[in-house]
Design a protein. Structure first.
Length: 194
C-alpha cells in the first residue's frame, strides 16, 4: 500500500463525522500509527500521519453543525440515557449463550497466541497496540468490540500462519475454501429465519 493513501483519511473522516459520533476514535487510530513511528525514528511516516491527522481535524468541520458537533458529542457522552443503550454496556453484561461463544473463542485464541508468541512473531506494532487497546475498551463497553475484531485479524492471521505447514498444497486449500464458501452461502438464508 502506498503511503500517500493516508491522505484519503480526511475524506473518510468527513463521512464518518457526518454519519456517526464515534469519529473521535479516528484520531486515536491515527495517533497510534503516528506514535509507533517515533520509536522507529521513521520521520517520513511520522510526517505523513501527522499531516493526515491535521487533515482529519479540519475535515470534521465539514458538517451541518460546524464546530457545534462537539456540543452534541459532549451532551451524548455524559447523558443518563447511556445506561439503557446496549452498545454502551460492558461486554460481560451483553454476553448471550450460545450466540457469544464464537466471539469468546476468538478473543481467547487471540490472547493465548499473543501471550505465547509475544516477542517472536513479525506482527506490526500498530496492529498489536490497536488490538489490545480495543480489546480492553471492548470489555469495558461493547461498542468497541467490533474495532477489536477488525484490528486483531492481522495479528491472529500471522499467529495462525505459524501453525500451518510451510509447503501447502494450493489445490487442497482451494478445495477447502470452496467447501467453506458453499456451506456459508447455504447457511446465510438460515440467519434470516425466525
Amino acid at each position: 500500500m502506498k503511503r500517500t493513501r493516508c491522505f484519503l483519511l480526511p475524506v473518510i473522516m468527513v463521512l464518518w463525522a457526518n454519519l456517526h459520533g464515534g469519529f473521535l476514535l479516528g484520531f486515536l487510530i491515527v495517533g497510534i500509527f503516528c506514535g509507533a513511528a517515533l520509536p522507529r525514528r521513521d520521520w517520513v511516516n511520522f510526517k505523513i500521519y501527522s499531516i493526515a491527522g491535521v487533515g482529519c481535524f479540519i475535515a470534521i468541520f465539514i458538517n451541518p453543525l460546524g464546530w457545534h458537533i462537539y456540543d452534541g458529542l459532549a451532551a451524548t457522552l455524559g447523558h443518563f440515557v447511556q445506561a439503557y443503550i446496549t452498545e454502551w454496556w460492558s461486554y460481560f453484561r451483553v454476553i448471550t449463550v450460545p450466540g457469544s461463544i464464537p466471539g469468546i473463542i476468538y478473543i481467547l485464541a487471540f490472547v493465548a497466541f499473543e501471550l505465547r508468541y509475544r516477542g517472536s512473531s513479525p506482527i506490526p506494532l500498530e496492529s498489536r497496540l490497536l488490538s489490545w487497546l480495543f480489546l480492553f475498551l471492548g470489555l469495558y463497553q461493547f461498542r468497541y468490540m467490533s474495532f477489536f475484531f477488525l484490528f486483531s485479524t492481522v495479528a491472529l492471521a500471522l499467529h495462525i500462519d505459524r501453525l500451518l505447514p510451510k509447503q501447502l498444497n494450493n489445490f487442497e486449500v482451494q478445495k477447502s475454501l470452496l467447501a467453506a464458501g458453499i456451506v456459508g452461502v447455504c447457511a446465510l438464508p438460515l440467519t434470516f429465519c425466525k
